[in-house]
Write a protein that binds this ligand. Structure first.
Ligand SMILES: CC(=O)N[C@H]1[C@@H](OP(=O)(O)OP(=O)(O)OC[C@H]2O[C@@H](n3ccc(=O)[nH]c3=O)[C@H](O)[C@@H]2O)O[C@H](CO)[C@@H](O)[C@@H]1O
Ligand SMILES: C=C(OP(=O)(O)O)C(=O)O
Length: 422
């Protein structure tokens, strides 16, 4: 198993290209199941999660070709051979449940393993199921699988108001509704850029959708969807993560492809700490010349709020900010597992339920630490960039789920970082 070794050093300078969004690509890929014509995605990120989704789609009979070093995914679901998404694949990645809506809409039935809980929380899929029921689906849970059946004649339009905002449930329902008969109205939906990107792709395939990016989406079902080519939106979480590198170490870094509308709430908080953010025609420039960092309070929320997927990385920054910051995690019940590891590096953090109180120290100290999930892993790397001495982050397979070429990208701006075999 590999580890990442980071040695704290001086200011960073240069540019980092930001990849296509993992979380957009993981919902765009299952959209191929909605059509018997090819769907091609460009600007795909090169990540283990994308390979897992590839294996899942192939297990259903779809063809998925990875071209141009993985940046282009050419998919075709002309001949599907099964409606069953097996536990062995689904358990590896929660986003696998996103095949449920498309399979049900196109084939009239689907058997999809329940993904189970994970390190950051229980993460049920009840809302995915309720939204599909509102389109007439009959659902049955047996032996760990959701058995879903559309009414004869296929799914039909319906109205569903989500009791809480869910990204994945919005995506599953949106995809299913594109082929349902009549009008579907989805209320209190997620407004994340990945939802807007999915809607754009579905529209390019011939779907009739209005309201993406607002809290109500209306879908007029169509008979069939056709092929399309779609460019995956920029990864706002990778963007925010690398914006934090010069914020933590000092220096100035340009994030190519970034834009403020993807990370507005996050930029506001970063600026409150004293870090500068500027938009250019190539992306965003983040600089911290020498000023001290100020503590800020952060509460995670669905988009356009502060993203839960940047909470761990923001905590790494606040560990050395002057004063006490309160971080409230409102999306997942167990998403502070990076805190004990940061404490091993000298951070002062008290966690009580969903709130972490972080009191800034002058400098963190390198230590051996363990990654527990994707964003926790990268928060430890960020902390290590500015710590005194060497930080060894083990279990980096979590990192490979969501960050391509992390060593190349950070060493390109002057960080001392390498990947070693244990
Ligand atoms: C592949 C992908 O895009 N993953 C992202 C997606 O996950 P994901 O789509 O799984 O997250 P959700 O938005 O669904 O989860 C939000 C909250 O709703 C709850 N919930 C969700 C569904 C459901 O049926 N019932 C229920 O109670 C969850 O437990 C959580 O507390 O959005 C999260 C929130 O921005 C991000 O952290 C993940 O990176
Ligand atoms: C939690 C995440 O991913 P997933 O929903 O795939 O677990 C994430 O991207 O931070």
């Amino acid at each position: 198993m590999d580890s990442i070794v980071v040695t704290g050093n001086g200011p960073l300078k240069g540019e980092i290209p930001i990849a296509g969004a993992k979380n957009a690509c993981l919902t765009l890929m299952p959209a191929t199941l909605l059509s018997d014509e090819p769907l091609t995605l460009t600007n795909a990120p090169r990540l283990s999660d994308i390979r897992t989704m590839t294996v899942l789609l192939q297990s259903l009979g779809a063809e998925v070709q990875s071209l141009q070093g993985g940046q282009v995914l050419a998919m075709s679901s002309h001949d599907l051979n099964t409606d069953k998404a097996d536990y062995d694949i689904v358990r590896k990645m929660r986003a696998s449940v996103l095949v449920l809506g498309p399979l049900l809409a196109r084939r009239g039935h689907a058997v999809v393993s329940l993904p189970g809980g994970c390190a950051i929380g229980a993460r049920p899929v009840d809302l995915h199921l309720r939204a599909l029921e509102a389109m007439g689906a009959e659902l049955d849970l047996r032996e760990g699988y959701v058995h879903a059946k559309a009414p004869s004649g296929g799914l039909r339009g319906g109205t569903y108001e989500f009791p809480i905002v869910s990204v994945g449930a919005t995506e599953n329902a949106l995809m299913a509704a594109t082929l349902a008969k009549g009008t579907t109205v989805l209320k209190n939906v997620a407004r994340e850029p990945e939802i807007v990107d999915l809607a754009r792709c579905l529209k390019a395939m011939g779907a009739q959708i209005e309201g993406e990016g607002t809290s109500t989406i209306t879908i007029e079902g169509v008979e069939r969807l056709h092929g399309a080519t779609h460019r995956v939106v920029t990864d706002r979480i990778e963007l925010g993560t690398y914006m934090l590198a010069p914020a933590i170490c000092g220096g100035e870094v340009e994030l190519l492809g970034g834009s403020r509308d993807l990370v507005g709430a996050f930029c506001d908080k970063l600026e409150e700490t004293g870090v500068e953010v500027r938009e250019t025609d190539r992306g965003l420039i983040v600089s911290r010349k020498n000023g001290i960092l100020r503590a800020v309070d952060v509460t995670t929320a669905p988009f356009p709020g502060f993203p839960t997927d940047l909470q761990a990385q923001m905590m790494a920054l606040l560990c050395t900010a002057e004063g006490t910051s309160l971080l409230e995690e409102k999306i997942f019940e167990n998403r502070f597992m990076h805190a004990p590891e940061l404490i091993r590096m000298g951070a002062k953090i008290d966690v009580h339920g969903g709130t972490a109180r972080v009191t800034g120290v002058e400098r963190l100290k390198g230590a051996p630490v363990m990654a527990t999930d994707l964003r926790a892993s990268v928060s430890l790397i960020l902390a290590g960039l500015a710590a005194e001495g060497e930080t060894v982050v083990s279990r980096v397979y979590h990192l490979d789920r969501g960050y391509e070429h992390v060593v190349r990208k950070l060493s390109g701006v002057g960080a001392k970082i390498e990947r070693v075999k244990e």
